[in-house]
Write a protein that binds this ligand. Structure first.
Ligand SMILES: CCCCC/C=C\C/C=C\CCC/C=C/C(=O)SCCNC(=O)CCNC(=O)[C@H](O)C(C)(C)COP(=O)(O)OP(=O)(O)OC[C@H]1O[C@@H](n2cnc3c(N)ncnc32)[C@H](O)[C@@H]1OP(=O)(O)O
Length: 311
């Protein structure tokens, strides 16, 4: 855990301490510039603020109101408890900054966006650990899916399971057009089940039929296939990814904040409310599921398979 984080980390680990409604009101985020007006180039060049913790690099361009959150947790940006805690703290800082209106999520690790939940966090740990870990996973999703900001995933590498969830929770997904990169909710391949809110988020993006087939088969889709099924919105050459993401956010930000935010909230509310209402039950379900001996064996075999593939 990062030295700066323990207080907030404890808050995040306790239910209801950082409720979604504690964010600025949807219409309270200041539009610092009239929609669509060009900005003086000198402002664009000068007003950059960076802050970072161990695993997340954040840069805020105060001129445009667009931040970039770069995931940097080698070797594969797995979503460990520490990572999730730092992620939520960074996102909360941006959410509370009225000058920040959009966020790009991308990776600082070549070829990997995020390898999903850290499997070691789900192997042979205490019930208390599982509860804390799962609450942090929920928190990440609640914060990204429920964000008032415009969120874009600039997917510059493979993105299985929890990594795919992060991308699915954004408003827009742009993937590097590299056929070696894959993305999908592949939980079934690990012998585990994507929880209902992973599934709901997926269904909301690609539709029921595509989601059902992809989830049952635990598919990892190549970048072109992901575009075809609507899992990502566009493919661009990797070197153009960041510029494209910034351009997309600028386009979304040209609309009045309150109209866009209320529309987003209307589209996502049912799914968000379902988890908020059943958070503790969901944690208990996770614990009952993950502590089954058969599930522990499946995860162990999967980790062995990853190691063999490497060797
Ligand atoms: C009705 C009842 C329902 C009940 C349901 C209730 C609750 C639900 C229960 C559970 C839900 C859990 C949801 C889980 C979501 C997840 O995200 S699970 C994680 C899925 N992730 C993956 O499958 C990715 C696995 N990794 C890879 O495919 C590759 O590593 C790669 C990301 C493509 C990168 O490949 P490469 O560059 O070749 O790197 P290596 O494979 O060599 O990996 C480097 C080291 O990193 C370790 N590692 C990789 N991924 C993970 C990970 N996710 N977690 C932890 N560690 C990981 C890998 O083992 C290597 O380690 P060593 O260097 O060998 O030590």
């Amino acid at each position: 855990m990062a030295a700066v984080a323990p207080t907030l980390a404890r808050r995040i680990a306790r239910p209801g301490m950082l409720p979604l409604c504690s964010r600025p009101q949807a219409w309270g985020r200041a539009a610092r510039q009239s929609p669509g007006l060009p900005r003086a180039p000198s402002l664009l060049l000068t007003q950059r603020r960076a802050f970072s913790n161990n695993k997340i690099l954040v840069e805020l361009d105060e001129g445009s109101g667009i931040a970039t959150m770069k995931l940097k947790s080698p070797p594969v940006n797995s979503l460990s408890l520490d990572f999730l805690t730092e992620f939520c703290i960074s996102l909360e800082k941006l959410e509370n900054n009225r000058g920040c209106r959009g966020v790009i999520f991308t990776s600082a690790i070549p070829k990997i966006f995020s390898s999903g939940l850290d499997i070691t966090e789900m192997c042979r740990k205490s019930t208390e650990h599982y509860a804390e870990f799962w609450r942090a996973v929920q928190e990440m999703w609640l914060r990204v899916y429920g964000s008032n900001m415009v969120t874009v995933a600039a997917i510059n590498g493979s993105s299985p399971a929890g990594g795919c969830l992060l991308a699915l929770s954004c408003d827009y997904r742009i993937m590097a057009e590299n056929p070696k990169f894959s993305i999908g909710l592949n939980e079934a391949q690990l012998g585990i089940v994507a929880p209902f809110w992973f599934k709901d988020t997926f269904v909301n993006v690609v539709g029921h039929r595509v989601a059902e087939r992809s989830l049952q088969l635990g598919c990892l889709h190549s970048a072109p296939e992901a575009l075809r099924i609507g899992l990502v919105d566009e493919l661009v050459p990797e070197e153009k990814l960041q510029d494209k993401a910034a351009a997309v956010i600028a386009q979304w930000l040209a609309l009045p904040d309150h109209a866009r935010q209320l529309t987003k909230s209307m589209m996502r509310k049912l799914v968000l409310d379902r988890l908020v209402a059943h958070r503790e039950e969901d944690i208990q379900n996770f614990i009952s599921f993950i502590t089954k001996e058969s599930i522990q064996k499946s995860l162990h075999m999967y980790m062995e398979m990853l190691k063999k593939k490497k060797g």
